[in-house]
Design a protein around this ligand. Structure first.
Ligand code: SF4
Length: 163
């Protein structure tokens, strides 16, 4: 009986899986997702929020469709049908030149229409991108820190490792 209980609790621990969909910026539509997948493994960037004992499963990966982002209207549905609980808008939307002007609308729409949580960011901001942005006026006026604050607070050595 005790053995059975232990087995059950172990299998419950193993079964903690968070299903994730990623939407990237159309400007990087040919990207193979290397940095996003690495960050999922390393639990950095937008994935630092998940406990290490929680398995992450990528159930969808696509791009916005290119400006103005028409695929954001449709692709979360496919991800949701595949079990996605959280949609990550990729770091490329934050650090493009300029950042995506529709990023706040995408987050609001997906959360309201599909009822899924939206997290801004996937991999850490590469340090060279952060430095370039800090010298640009639109970085301040678009106030990316307001919606992607966690990415800005990342340890600089981790950002450097993603250059
Ligand atoms: S800037 Fe925004 S709308 Fe345009 S391609 Fe990138 S994510 Fe899509």
């Amino acid at each position: 009986m005790i053995v059975l209980r232990v087995l059950k609790s172990h299998s419950k621990r193993r079964l903690r899986v968070k299903k994730i969909g990623i939407v990237i910026c159309g400007r990087y539509q040919t990207c193979g997702g290397g940095k996003c997948l690495r960050a999922m493994r390393e639990r950095v960037g937008g994935f630092v929020r998940y406990p290490k004992n929680e398995e992450l499963s990528l159930v969808g990966y696509s791009f916005c469709g290119g400006c103005p982002g028409g695929n954001v209207e449709y692709v979360p549905e496919e991800m949701k049908k595949n079990g996605a609980e959280v949609i990550h808008l990729a770091t490329g939307l934050v650090v493009g030149y300029p950042p995506c002007p529709r990023i706040r609308a995408f987050k609001s729409f997906i959360e309201s229409f599909y009822g899924m949580e939206v997290v801004i960011g996937t991999h850490p901001i590469p340090l060279k991108y952060l430095k370039a942005h800090e010298a640009l006026d639109f970085w301040k006026t678009m106030n990316m820190a307001e919606i992607a604050g966690g990415l800005m607070e990342e340890d600089r050595s981790i950002m450097k490792a993603y250059d």
